[in-house]
Write a protein that binds this ligand. Sequence first.
Ligand SMILES: Cc1cc2nc3c(=O)[nH]c(=O)nc-3n(C[C@H](O)[C@H](O)[C@H](O)COP(=O)(O)OP(=O)(O)OC[C@H]3O[C@@H](n4cnc5c(N)ncnc54)[C@H](O)[C@@H]3O)c2cc1C
Length: 479
Amino acid sequence: MKTVIIGNGIVALTIAFRLTQRGNPADEIVIVGGRQRPSSATLAAAAMLNSYAEIEAGSLDSELDRYRFELSRDATAAWRSFEEELSASVGGDSSRFGAQSAAGRVSRGTFIVNNTATDDLEDESFEAIVAALDHYQEPYQWVSPRDIPQYNPRQRTRALRAILIENEGWLNPRLTLEKLDFVLQQDVRVTVLDTEARRLLATDGRVSGAELDDGTIVDGDRFLLAAGATVSDILRASDLGLSVQRVFSGVGTSIEIKSPEFALTACIRTPNRGLACGVYSAPYPGAPGEDQDHVLIGASNFISPDRVTRPRLSAVDNLLRNVIDQINSNYYRAELVRVNVGLRPSSQDTYPMLGQTEIPNFFIATGTKRDGFHLSPLISTILADIMDGKAVDPRFSALRPDRPLIRALSRQQAIDKAVRHTINAAYQHGFAPPDGRLDDQIAKLHRDNFERLHDQVGAHDWGIPPEMLDMYRYGHAVA
Ligand SMILES: Cc1cc2nc3c(=O)[nH]c(=O)nc-3n(C[C@H](O)[C@H](O)[C@H](O)COP(=O)(O)OP(=O)(O)OC[C@H]3O[C@@H](n4cnc5c(N)ncnc54)[C@H](O)[C@@H]3O)c2cc1C
């Protein structure tokens, strides 16, 4: 069996790893992806293994959302054994990849701080996180914000309440990718091609080949498209006759800093806010012999139809200001190591796209948006099962890549949510209404605007996912 995998981020490589773990000695795997991984989301990630910390008010209301949350919780548990397996595959060389290579060692501990930097939407999300922790009996502790190590915000943006989620941790994604690269390259069955795929070719109702940038055709028995945010570009060029919703770029900037005096021992973050993941700082230790005192701060988000390659100045400016104001004011004297820009694969309906398509030998894995790193041990197991024709939980088929758009929100819910998040985002960017009713008036302007957009695109009995409003407004997303 020859499998061709297009893409080389965490999703593609963990699936490749799973297939090598299970496959027979005659199997072949070809991985197509540029060595530099331009705009890879994985390289820009923290990478936090958050599931409860990602909850927002209303985010567990539907059955599908609760199933997605179940997957997220299972992924947290899967990381321990996944790390063990990966370390065992690295063998004697495991120490070169650092502390996280020690079998099964995933660093844990995430502090959630509830501050007043934005509006009370964030209080609701904080309370939703606590309610879910209680409901699912997940261990956590209330802590005084003053006792959080390396939490030293400016006085006016300090938190008055905080919790520690004990089991939510982080990994350095660059080291994890290096480790996967190393293991896969040692495997004689795996060929890695340092280039990109232009399109896929079909013959007799099956995908038969991938055309590379230099025109070479790679043939195979089955094909997995896991190229993150660029999946739609490849599908558009391929003409496979499939109806697959569009995947956009959730353009995210994160910044790596070096802060010897204020090295972190756990993640510190706010709840999600303004359609993004809030402000956070995560430990970012290097490999042995490298600095262990780096910190990753993040993250911005805007949705784009393009393959953006450079961060916006405003994203960098906001991140630096927010992390100094809201996490540690001493970071003003930290050193700048690197600015990352990564494209979160963000599907039009905002749900992951995972599984087999109507073309039996063609599979897609993308759309993981904000938590693809965290989900990867689980996604890789399920996708490998699907590719090998094994039965999986029937609920997983709701995420199949060529599904009709999932319309999770009613029009009213979507508009309410869009207004709340837009105002919240304005507070993040310095909105300070004067005395009077300007904030109510601005909320009304946004509401009218979103109502009109819903009418224009024919969204009478369904809601546009708030993060996709601009994609509908400018015609990039079609109802
Ligand atoms: C700033 C930021 C912070 C984040 N933080 C977290 C976090 O803390 N925790 C978490 O779980 N997730 C986080 N995420 C989300 C996570 O990074 C993504 O969900 C995940 O990395 C997606 O993995 P992927 O393999 O699908 O995509 P990618 O990592 O983008 O990989 C796709 C790869 O395919 C390659 N490629 C593109 N086109 C082609 C082609 N035509 N042919 C071949 N190869 C191609 C790309 O160069 C790239 O290397 C974050 C994302 C960002 C941007």
